[in-house]
Design a protein around this ligand. Structure first.
Ligand SMILES: O=C(O)CCC(=O)C(=O)O
Ligand SMILES: [Fe+2]
Length: 214
């Protein structure tokens, strides 16, 4: 009889294997070539066009908190991306996400059934204070993913906007500081890693989203 694993319709993907290995070791993974430079440019243009058309809304936190408190916690503007949109570029974006989610389900039995993604823009001077991506009454978010769509001449020393992950190493707290270079993707465990976005000194563009269980 054929072994069960031989019946899985499955082809090894080295990039996804690296993501899995990184996450099981450190709870996060950084990938610098998930999208090509051209794909990043196209997604960036799509974000900027929609922002200029004033489709974005001020991002909220949790369910209902007053606007003043919110501003002291996060200052970004977001636009949720609809997978059923007829935008070819966004379709290509979701194709790649689905490929990864299917791979995780097949190889790690992660039980990813839902996903949600939004464009985000952090105007100069904004930030997002330290937080966890899961809500008290909803822990379906499993993996957080951030895709950076910044311009190619992003300068780490002066442009700010680093993502800081708070890690615990041997009971002590450590941090990992990540520059939002264009084309870079950061994936991390939503329920495990607190993180923050440092103050931005130049408009910062991204897509953020979550792979969710039921
Ligand atoms: O943009 C980032 O680097 C992280 C964004 C974030 O933490 C969030 O939207 O929950
Ligand atoms: Fe977050």
């Amino acid at each position: 009889m054929k072994e069960l694993y031989e019946q899985l319709d499955f082809k090894e993907n080295l990039l996804f294997e690296k993501v899995i290995a990184d996450i099981s070791e450190t709870k996060y993974s950084i990938i610098d070539d998930f999208f090509t430079e051209e794909e990043v440019a196209v997604l960036r243009n799509s974000l900027l066009t929609k922002y200029e058309e004033e489709q974005f809304k001020k991002a909220a936190i949790g369910n209902r908190v007053n606007a003043q408190i919110e501003k002291a916690i996060r200052g970004d503007f977001i636009l949720w991306i609809n997978e059923d949109s007829h935008d070819v570029l966004e379709q290509r974006f979701f194709d790649k996400i689905n490929e990864l989610a299917n791979y995780l389900n097949k190889t790690c039995f992660m039980g990813i059934l839902y996903k949600e993604f939004h464009y985000a823009i952090y105007p100069e001077g904004t930030f997002y204070k330290r937080h966890l991506d899961t809500f008290k009454n909803d822990d379906r978010r499993k993996l957080s993913m951030v895709f950076y769509l910044n311009e190619n001449d992003w300068i780490p020393e002066t442009d700010g906007g680093e993502l800081v992950l708070y890690l615990s190493e041997d009971g002590k707290e450590g941090t990992k500081t990540i520059t939002p270079f264009p084309g870079r993707v950061v994936i991390f465990e939503s329920q495990e890693l607190e993180h923050e976005v440092k103050p931005v000194k130049r408009e910062r563009l991204s897509i953020t989203g979550w792979l969710k269980t039921r």
